[in-house]
Design a protein around this ligand. Structure first.
Ligand SMILES: NC(=O)c1ccc[n+]([C@@H]2O[C@H](COP(=O)([O-])OP(=O)(O)OC[C@H]3O[C@@H](n4cnc5c(N)ncnc54)[C@H](OP(=O)(O)O)[C@@H]3O)[C@@H](O)[C@H]2O)c1
Length: 429
């Protein structure tokens, strides 16, 4: 093989770093044949040297900053994590030296993607982040390259495996959120502090990245409206089943007449839509392009080997000298787009009220909906005995979110309504 090896320095040898080392070792021949040169790990950094990994002659650093500044490498692979701090320091140091970077760090790309892409352009380096969204699913490449001939109108997905695992287990076993979350933590599927996952922040990071690629706008995490799954109950999941839906945490970015909408929220997904059948820790991304129509990608959204597969895809592009602008267009051509104002969203909704089972309740509810011009589609009410609290479940036709919110506030204030109403959007397809 005549071309010089691609010299790789890996910072972080945990789940993804370890998986990447294993993949590079196990597939060395295959990768070399495909790239026309070998991919050689020449340096690595972690707090302690793990002895189970095939690190060969790679120089080991406990100080990742020193490795980024001093080691002789072509590509720095950042697999430590965190939006700022050491990850941002070493990536900046590598790019400043004109060395390419591959990262799985969605938080860093969501917060600093534009600055880093600008720096990479300036120094002639590549910034690869395929592993930052959807684990092993090649979604960045699909949006940036495979769909380059399309105007993308919508990109949406199930982007967090922990939430999808929790929602799937709640449905399959009829268990409540807190109970399943505690088990997921015990099994290592959820972090000790799960808020990044269950409050939708991780999904928001990934959605901000996808929206930038889809709409050629700067990555901006601040414009993503974010709602998590803490309030989804086993009861709502049962009603969703009965009504022909699955509840999923979605990240959705789309063009609307009012501007670009970027939102994360739990939604009722019709069973006829592929995302309804994406279960457990799997992720999936749906894109809608004007020429191609709808495409669906599904796969393992996390884990050592799937994520390593995405890291190595970026390394292979660099090894082959195959470059594309970081976000599909040069940074100077990324353009701010108007954000759709809050409340302008239109959607059908599911509403669950817990009401005192007494005469006249239903007339009061209907009057509120009529006043706000919200039109009911279906109602499920199974009252038992007077004085008991019973659920009243409704679905309503597509309506302005602002009107729906006003209606919910008024419903919450009715004397017969015993608990805060539960409202879940029904995803339009
Ligand atoms: N896990 C996944 O499935 C997954 C999927 C997609 C993307 N990601 C992203 O991939 C990145 C890495 O995640 P991970 O799950 O692999 O994390 P992890 O298992 O916690 O590994 C982090 C690694 O960084 C090392 N490290 C921490 N601080 C360091 C420092 N100051 N200097 C040098 N090394 C340091 C740790 O060293 P020690 O081992 O010595 O403590 C460990 O090897 C994150 O950005 C994450 O969001 C992860």
């Amino acid at each position: 093989m005549s071309a010089a090896p691609l010299k790789i320095a890996i910072a972080g040898l945990g789940t993804v770093g370890g998986g990447t080392v294993e993949l590079l070792h196990a597939q060395a021949e295959l990768l070399a044949a495909r790239a026309g040169r070998t991919l050689a790990v020449v340096a690595c950094a972690a707090l302690a040297r793990p002895d189970h990994l095939p690190l060969g002659e790679a120089r080991f650093f406990t100080d990742a900053r020193a490795m980024a500044r001093e080691a002789e490498y072509d590509v720095l692979v950042e697999l430590i994590g965190g939006a700022d701090g050491i990850a941002l320091d070493i990536v900046t140091a590598a790019l400043e030296r004109g060395r390419s970077v591959v990262t799985a760090n969605k938080a860093m790309i969501a917060h600093h993607g534009v600055t880093l892409a600008r720096l990479a352009e300036k120094t002639g380096a590549v910034l690869g982040f395929e592993a930052s969204v959807g684990g092993g699913i090649p979604v960045i490449k699909a949006l940036r390259e495979g769909l380059a001939g399309n105007r993308v109108n919508r990109v949406m997905g199930i982007l967090n495996g922990t939430c999808n695992y929790i929602l799937t287990t709640m449905r399959e076993q009829g268990r409540d959120f807190a109970d399943v979350l505690a088990e997921a933590q015990k099994l290592g599927y959820a972090e000790a502090d799960p808020s990044f996952d269950i409050d939708g922040v991780d999904t928001a990071h990934k959605l901000a990245i996808l929206a930038s690629l889809a709409f050629a706008m700067p990555v901006d995490i601040k414009r993503v409206a974010c709602e998590g799954i803490r309030h989804v109950s086993a009861l709502d999941i049962r009603y969703a089943d009965e009504l022909g839906y699955r509840i999923k945490l979605l990240g959705v970015a789309g063009r609307t007449e009012a501007g670009i909408e970027t939102r994360v929220y739990p939604a009722m997904v019709p069973l006829s839509f592929p995302l309804a059948h994406v279960n457990g820790v799997f992720n999936a991304v749906v894109t809608e392009g004007d020429f191609v129509g709808r495409t669906v990608l599904e796969g393992r959204g996390a884990g050592a080997h799937p994520t390593a597969s995405a890291v190595v895809a970026d390394l292979m592009d660099i090894a082959r000298n195959r470059t594309t602008p970081t976000f599909g267009v040069p940074v100077e051509r990324l353009a701010e787009q108007p954000a759709a104002p809050a409340g302008s969203h239109r959607s059908a909704f599911y509403i669950r009220l817990m009401v005192r089972d007494e005469p006249g309740v239903f007339a009061d509810i209907a009057a509120v909906l009529r006043d706000e011009r919200v039109s009911m589609e279906q109602v499920i009410q199974r009252g038992r005995s007077p004085s008991e609290i019973v659920p009243v479940v409704m679905t309503v036709h597509e309506t302005d979110e602002a009107a729906m919110m006003r209606a919910v506030d008024r419903l919450a204030a009715l004397a017969s309504v015993a608990e805060p109403p539960r409202l879940i959007r029904i995803e339009a397809l």
